[in-house]
Design a protein around this ligand. Structure first.
Ligand code: ATP
Ligand code: MG
Length: 285
């Protein structure tokens, strides 16, 4: 039994309505992931229209990122978490297509090395946070330290329990230093994961993506969902919100994520730096 299943869905009606549009999880809201939609078709029935809107937003993201880099006064951190085959790689590839690679850096977090394990869990993370002017993308993140680490009992419970607060404090410190943080949980159904695993098994160009331990994690589906629920509940904050994105349909997922990214950057409103004086008097020979 899921930890939150016995309780009513703690989001109230208006929160659910807001969420179904923005997918943003209000701070302090408990979620039951089994009740939250994974199917983009239920929100946006028109795939063609969604793809057209996505393309327009993608182009705007390219323009905004160019200004963000030129402005160079703040940084943006985008975190992706999902179950295996949840679509993190595909999202990064599709949503950020066309942005200037000099201004974007992807950090993928695998199981920590011996050296990384000899430090606190945020040590390796802090080294990868984006510098000013940059967009940093985390493909998995410090949240693994309250997910796989919890499910596989890699550290004792009091240790991972204390990490929610450490993460919130760390993210607060980053935001106070000029970093905007957006976190996306790509929410897929168990049956969609099965389809994607099968596609990986059937296609010689995708087989490299399949790992046997993915099946072990699939068998631990409920334990992972529970870990995700607590992570979302404890770590969706005003300064670093979680967005729960219905991700069974890639086209809807891409649209929903690019809407959030573009909206966030529009609000941050990056500006080209003021040019030096008297540029119009410069005479090039
Ligand atoms: P794909 O979706 O393409 O398989 P991936 O992100 O799953 O990509 P993998 O190399 O398959 O990449 O897996 C990375 C593994 O590292 C994951 O199983 C993840 O749980 C694990 N990992 C990441 N951070 C930690 C951590 N702090 N402690 C233990 N394991 C971790
Ligand atoms: Mg994997």
């Amino acid at each position: 039994m899921n930890r939150f299943q016995s309780e009513p869905l703690a989001l109230n009606k208006s929160q659910i309505e807001t969420m179904s549009e923005t997918h943003r999880l209000q701070p302090g809201s408990k979620v039951d992931l089994s009740l939250l939609n994974t199917d983009g078709k239920r929100i946006h029935p028109d795939r063609q229209q969604a793809e057209a809107e996505f393309e327009t937003l993608r182009e705007e993201l390219v323009t905004l990122q160019n200004r963000w880099y030129a402005d160079g006064s703040r940084s943006l951190l985008v975190v992706f978490q999902a179950m295996d085959a949840g679509g993190k790689d595909g999202t990064i590839r599709r949503v950020f297509r066309g942005v200037n690679p000099q201004g974007v850096r992807v950090a993928s977090f695998k199981a920590p090395s011996k050296k990384e394990l000899s430090h606190d869990f945020l040590w390796r993370i802090h080294q990868q946070v984006p510098a000013k002017g940059m967009i940093g993308i985390f493909n998995r993140s410090h949240y693994e330290d309250v997910l796989v680490v919890r499910v596989d009992e890699i550290v004792p419970k009091p240790v991972w329990k204390s990490r929610y607060q450490s993460i919130n404090d760390f993210e607060k410190m980053l935001t106070e230093s000029g970093t905007t943080i957006i976190k996306f949980y790509l929410h897929i159904s168990k049956s969609e994961q099965k389809k994607r695993f099968q596609a990986r098994l059937d296609d010689a160009t995708k087989q490299w993506k399949f790992a046997r331990h993915d099946l072990e994690k699939r068998n631990q589906w409920d334990a992972y969902q529970e870990a995700y629920e607590e992570m979302l509940y404890r770590c969706s904050t005003e300064h670093a919100p979680w967005y729960i994105i219905p991700a069974d349909q890639k086209w809807y997922r891409n649209l929903a994520i690019s809407r959030v990214l573009v909206q966030t950057l529009r609000e941050l409103n990056p500006q080209f730096p003021t040019p030096e004086d008297d540029l119009d008097k410069i005479d090039l020979d």
